[in-house]
Design a protein around this ligand. Structure first.
Ligand code: ASN
Ligand code: ZN
Ligand code: CA
Length: 327
């Protein structure tokens, strides 16, 4: 006998949240039957297998080892809902089937990752000043690697790898704004909650990616030679410019100042339209070997499909790519 339940969780990053749970016998588990039976496990510092499914006696999830489970399970649920409600996608593979999340990976592990081999995502606990890697944008980032693996399959090296990484940052940001609450407002920063640098700075900045000291702001012919987490910079920057435009702007208390390579002043079309254009390009036009030049044409085709070839949206897509030197 199994029953669909809605538990209550005390998260680390998103305040008090509701959780999709399942009651089996007298025990509840982090098994979300409304989202394809997505499950969340405790690896208990192991690095293989699935460890143990999180279970609880009263469906009130709080404290200790459960906290990471709450954030990971909620992050997967919000990402699932974002894809379904905003983009019409039913799960990572668009087949309604859930995946699973693994928490408490290894010892003092300061990363999170997606694996195609299990179609699952995994989170470390962080180390020292770096917090658990289970924030909403990290969850959205990792789960979106699954969506890319199920669609464009962008190769994880060179320029296509940068586009793969940027897709995860772009969708993570859209997820964070979608699920925003008082504890975690939306922003164009990646990993701002996890203190991964130990000094409160985020992992990545979409308005001006070079603020992280390693990412590029603009495309150039050598972009494909750097790590994919840095060659993502120009595409993240494209998404910011398309959404919000260039120059100085404060959103939810965070100040941005986004430059263009050609000095053009750009006006954004809003994040929702920019997200839909990127997703349409990802699922319709991008392929495993796409580079930045193909991303420009893919998003222009997507903008034509969604808004028309003579639309302001089409022109904004073209101008934003030109603003990062993809002409
Ligand atoms: N957190 C990283 C990412 O999702 C892990 C990696 O380098 N693949 O990109
Ligand atoms: Zn990634
Ligand atoms: Ca963020």
């Amino acid at each position: 006998d199994e029953a669909v339940k809605t538990g209550t969780g005390t998260s680390k990053y998103s305040g008090t949240v509701t959780l999709g749970t399942t009651k089996s016998g007298s025990t509840y588990s982090l098994t979300d039957s409304t989202r394809g039976n997505h499950k969340t496990y405790d690896l208990n510092q192991g690095t293989s297998g699935t460890g143990t499914l999180f279970t609880d006696a009263d469906d009130v999830w709080a404290g200790g080892r459960q906290t990471a489970g709450v954030d990971a399970h909620y992050g997967a649920a919000e990402t699932w809902d974002f894809y379904k409600e905003v983009l019409g996608r039913n799960g990572i593979k668009n087949d309604g089937v859930g995946s699973y999340s693994r928490t408490h990976y290894g010892n003092s592990y300061v990363n999170a990752f997606w694996q195609d081999s299990c179609f699952c995502m995994t989170y470390g606990d962080g180390s020292g000043n770096a917090n658990a890697l289970t924030s909403m944008d990290v969850a959205g980032h990792e789960m979106s690697h699954g969506v890319t693996a199920a669609t464009a399959k962008l190769n994880y090296s060179g320029e296509s790898g940068g586009l793969n990484e940027a897709t995860s940052d772009i969708m993570a940001t859209a997820v964070e704004f979608y699920s925003a609450n008082a504890s975690d407002v939306g922003d164009y920063l990646i990993g701002e909650k996890i203190n991964i640098n130990g000094d409160g700075t985020p992992l990545r900045y979409m308005d001006k990616p070079s603020k992280d000291g390693a990412s590029r702001d603009y495309w150039s012919s050598t972009l494909g030679n750097i790590d994919v987490h840095y060659s993502s910079g120009p595409a993240n920057h494209f998404f910011y410019l398309l959404s919000e435009g260039s120059g100085a702007k404060t959103i939810n208390g965070v100040s941005y100042n986004s430059p263009t390579s050609n000095g053009a002043t750009l006006t954004g079309i809003g994040r929702d339209k920019a997200t839909k254009i990127w997703y349409k390009a990802l699922t319709t036009y991008l392929t495993s070997t796409s580079k930045y030049a193909q991303a420009r044409t893919a998003t222009l085709s997507a903008a034509t499909d969604l808004y028309g070839a003579n639309s302001a949206e089409y022109k904004a897509v073209a101008a934003a790519w030109t603003g990062i030197s993809v002409n």
